[in-house]
Write a protein that binds this ligand. Structure first.
Ligand code: NOJ
Ligand code: CA
Length: 559
């Protein structure tokens, strides 16, 4: 067993997120797999990443594409075998790459043997591994709404008993109040760490503690239900579980942990991410979800770059006060960042490299989601049937019942569906974008004839090469220490739609300026500029004390 050292290696790392189902298919069944990933490790090494986060690959009936686990100790046969996983860890290690698995321990699959045994025998110890309650007057035990729609309670046939699910009904929540269950979970966490895993991305962890009164709340919608967050997100008492989880597992290893932790107020952040916090870092959704209301895509909201800037800097400064953060633009639950942050007609090499520069040099560990490095965009889905994602189908129904037309509901799904980021990775311009020899499980984006790895990997002027440059700048340049350890100082906020900040270490500093305007921005810089470190355009026009940034120009200056 490796002892924990003070070496926080993840601060120097760049993480690459893989959605295994859509990355590379090695055997032609239309589904990406571990052998496929192994065959692409050289590509990832060439990009320069140090860590790979794999979305869930454990045995699963795939109601939520692996976020419903039926056996935590086995790799699903769709993805390969346990031997393949060990091989992946070894092959990655040869390239100095560590592997993170996704840890889904708020819920299991309803096909997990614990759940089956709990249903079979209500007196077995497994019944206490889940949350069962009696219905009230023929109704569910309370009025909480599940994140994927409908009640959080599912009735057990021929009984008045219900079980609790924060997400889909196929994902029953585990009862963290039960000590035996918690021990089972710690064992499985340690099992994979013992196999040489680099750490975990931890799913939906702020949901593990439920308000034990399970009381109803006033409804927030026409369905008479209320968002379950009121009783199961970041509830009082969660600290005990998180502390115990960390002490019995992560603390024993020098591993990286990044938690999906929605609902943590900045006032509690210290407990989560300080040096002895529960995790190495957490994802902050405050600015990436600024286009929707309460996570409900059909309630789109208008937003502006100035607002993004304000929320993002708030997050940076609050994080800096207490610990370390995760930087990201995309993941498997988000649409593609180019479609989200850049007007459609302006999506280009310039705007894509600007977006990359903007987030990559902030303070924290950068994450790249598969395909982001080549500029993959949202895909056009022509009907609701073309979508696979469980939550897209729910949001579509919710949009219809809120009175939207089928056309608008479809448009919303096209804009926000999680399938936008789950379409197969675009390796080349051939059939199925080189992802599979067979029939792909999900639609391949038509634009793979232009946007693909083969077109970019050897081109110095491609987005891929720009990402490579950013990674080098962050990891192995004379500015690495500033980028990794420097303080963050937002600046130039008097300029609309310009996101600019300094990174400062002792008496050295860099200034990063990103012009989100589709017009020139003439910016006065009060410091002496020593050097242009990076620009996404050949020219940088200087007029007296002013720097004239072209539309979507991004510059990194030493000051
Ligand atoms: C968050 C994951 O990122 C998402 O994909 C999943 O559907 C839910 N948690 C439920 O596990
Ligand atoms: Ca396959």
């Amino acid at each position: 067993m490796k002892k924990k050292t003070e070496n926080k290696w993840w601060k120097n790392s760049v993480v690459y997120q893989i959605y295994p189902k859509s990355f590379a298919d090695s055997n032609g069944d239309g589904i990406g797999d571990l052998k496929g990933i192994i065959s692409k490790l050289d590509y990832l090494q060439a990009l320069g990443v140090d860590v790979i986060w794999l979305c869930p690959i454990y045995k699963s009936p795939m109601a939520d594409n692996g976020y419903d686990i039926s056996d935590y100790y086995s790799i699903d046969s769709q993805f390969g075998s346990n031997e393949d996983m060990e091989l992946l860890i070894k092959e990655a290690e040869k390239r100095n790459i560590k592997i993170l698995m996704d840890l889904v321990i708020n819920h299991s699959s309803c096909e997990h043997e614990w759940f089956k045994k709990a249903l079979e025998d209500p007196n077995s110890k497994y019944a206490n591994y889940y949350i069962f309650k009696e219905g009230i007057n023929g109704n569910p035990p309370n009025n909480w709404r599940s994140i994927f729609g409908g009640s959080v309670w599912e009735r057990i046939e021929e009984s008045n008993k219900y079980y609790f699910h924060t997400f889909a009904k196929e994902q029953p929540d585990l009862n963290w109040e039960c000590e035996d269950l918690r021990e089972e979970l710690y064992n499985l966490v340690n099992y994979w760490l013992e196999k040489g895993l680099g750490g975990y991305r931890i799913d939906a962890i702020t949901f593990i503690k439920k308000d034990q009164s399970f009381k109803s709340f006033p409804s927030d919608n026409d369905d008479e239900l209320v968002d379950c967050n009121v009783g199961c997100q970041n509830q009082i008492g969660i600290n005990k579980f998180l502390k115990e989880l960390k002490e019995k597992t992560f603390d024993k290893y020098n591993c990286m942990t990044v938690a999906e932790a929605p609902g943590v107020p900045y006032s509690d952040l210290k407990d989560y991410i300080s040096d002895d916090g529960y995790f190495s870092m957490i994802f902050d959704f405050s600015y990436t979800d600024l286009d929707v209301v309460d996570g409900e895509w059909y309630k789109a909201r208008k937003w502006e770059i100035n607002e993004l800037r304000e929320l993002m800097f708030k997050s940076q400064l609050e994080t800096e006060k207490v610990g370390w953060g995760a930087l990201y633009l995309e993941n498997h639950d988000q649409p593609r960042s180019l479609d989200k942050y850049i007007p459609k007609e302006d999506i280009s090499y310039e705007s894509a490299t600007m977006l990359a520069t903007m987030y990559f040099l902030l303070r924290g560990t950068p994450f790249i989601y598969q395909g982001q490095e080549i500029g993959m965009t949202n895909c056009k889905f022509n009907s609701i049937e073309e979508f696979d994602d469980i939550s897209t189908h729910d949001q579509y129904k919710r949009a219809l019942s809120a009175g939207l037309s089928e056309e608008s509901a479809l448009e919303i799904c096209n804009r926000r569906s999680r399938d936008n980021s789950r379409t197969p990775f675009q390796w080349n311009d051939k059939k199925n974008a080189g992802f599979t020899e067979g029939t792909s499980w999900l639609k391949v984006n038509n634009n793979h004839n232009i946007i693909n790895v083969e077109n970019q990997v050897n081109d110095e002027n491609s987005l891929f090469s720009y990402y490579k440059r950013l990674i080098k700048l962050r990891k192995e340049s004379e500015y690495s220490d500033i980028i990794i350890s420097g303080k963050i100082e937002p600046c130039l906020i008097e300029y609309d739609n310009v996101i600019a900040y300094k990174r400062v270490l002792d008496n050295r500093a860099i200034l990063v300026i990103n012009n989100f305007n589709n017009s020139e921005s003439s910016i006065k810089i009060n410091e002496y500029v020593k050097k242009v470190i990076l620009s996404n355009k050949d020219e940088l026009l200087v007029q007296g004390l002013k720097y004239v940034l072209e539309p979507y120009q991004s510059v990194v200056l030493e000051i």
